[in-house]
Ligand binder design. Structure first.
Ligand SMILES: Cc1ncc(COP(=O)(O)O)c(C=O)c1O
Length: 365
């Protein structure tokens, strides 16, 4: 018998999620697939992958589940315009731009980038933002305070012009709780899907610095599941200055609990967050993340991204190789998407040696 937690609480969580305003953007459930090829390469535990890179809304990713709840609430309040921002290659922003296109909301994106030619080239996420019709302005700074303030200023200007504005994540951190609800729902989905497959999950690994892990942690704790949840942040520091990752994640989990009307509270000591795989900084490829991208592509025919999903996979691979995850355990890795960034990283993956020089002689073109 598979233990997916306390049945009464499962019903309570489902009802609470069902009572929120939500706009459907995803194709759920996302597949839960075995990773036999990767297991062959690594040995060790039984490996599964939850394909949130296929969550729908074009190219998928973890933010789409969150945007369903965040925009659901905003639309219920009569919002007609969205203002958001982050780094120029933000996955959140392109998923938000796609959602706005589908929901016919005006979308303004203020994207921070160093003013170099490469940073502002129309590729990856920036290419998608523009295609989805967002009004994009590049801010020549990668300071979150500066980006947040610019977003709030733009929102005030639009409100003065009569628009009803929703502000996205950066610039309005109090909105992270509603975003986390998307992953409380994902936890439920995963547990039910695993039960159908007769899979008793021992560990779940995911790349997260805040909201994804917050929603999962709340649901797993509320349901009293025995699953060990491990988050690997892709940021060197948490979004709230001076706080630790567990403090941040438990704080957003509790914001989510309040929105859902649940009594459960998550404590920092409930959170396992391993910030050892970021490398030199946000978005910087490490030897381990490069190897993770190449290994998963070769053994599973699956793509990871250089900024997020490969960092969590690097952590998981390291823990398997070093024997910190036992061979009898069943591990689910949640793929959070981000693949558009892979196509901006061709010169960092060390693939040049795999190109076979032409052996043809005497061929004229
Ligand atoms: C592809 C991808 N994975 C993981 C994350 C981490 O999400 P969070 O820290 O909000 O849980 C992000 C955040 O932007 C992302 O784009």
């Amino acid at each position: 018998m598979i233990n997916i937690g306390n049945k009464e609480r499962l019903k309570e969580l489902k009802q609470a999620l069902g009572s929120l305003s939500r706009v459907p953007l995803t194709r759920l459930p996302t597949p839960l697939e075995p990773c036999a090829g990767l297991r062959l390469e690594l040995g060790g535990p039984e490996l599964w992958i939850k394909r949130d890179d296929l969550s729908g809304l074009t190219l998928g990713g973890n933010k789409t589940r969150m945007i369903e709840y965040a925009l659901g609430e905003a639309i219920a309040q009569g919002v007609d315009t969205v203002v958001a921002g982050a780094g120029v290659q933000s996955n959140y922003c392109w998923q938000l731009a796609a959602a706005c296109a589908r929901l016919r909301l005006e979308c303004h994106l203020l994207l921070g980038a160093l003013p170099t030619e490469k940073e502002t080239e129309i590729r990856g996420a920036l290419l998608l933002d523009l295609l989805y019709g967002a009004r994009v302005e590049i801010i020549p700074s990668v300071d979150w305070e500066v980006i947040g303030e610019t977003i709030r200023r733009r929102a005030r200007e639009l409100e003065a012009a009569g628009r009803k504005v929703y502000i996205g994540r950066v610039g309005q951190e109090s909105a992270l709780g509603i975003n986390a609800c998307g992953y409380a729902a994902a936890a439920l989905e995963l547990l039910e899907q695993a039960a159908e497959k007769g899979l008793q999950i021992d560990q779940v690994w995911v790349c997260s610095s805040d909201t994804t892990q917050a929603g999962l942690a709340l649901a797993f704790k509320h349901l009293e599941t025995p699953v060990r949840l491990v988050g690997v942040p892709a940021l060197p520091e948490p979004v709230v200055p001076g706080w630790s990752f567990p403090e941040c994640i438990s704080h957003f989990a509790n914001q989510c609990a309040k929105i859902l009307g649940l009594k459960t509270r998550v404590l920092p000591e409930d959170i396992i967050s391993i910030p050892d795989y970021v490398g030199e900084g946000y978005g910087m490829i490490t030897d381990a993340s490069r190897e993770a991208i190449r290994l998963v592509a070769r053994s599973e025919g699956l793509l990871l991204d250089p900024v997020y999903s490969s960092k969590a996979m690097a952590g998981l691979i390291d823990h398997i190789r070093s024997g910190r995850i036992a061979a009898h355990e069943r591990v689910v890795y949640i793929h959070t998407g981000g693949v558009p960034a892979l196509f901006t990283a061709g010169d960092s993956l060390g693939l040049e040696d795999r190109l076979i020089a032409s052996q043809a002689k005497g061929v004229t073109v």
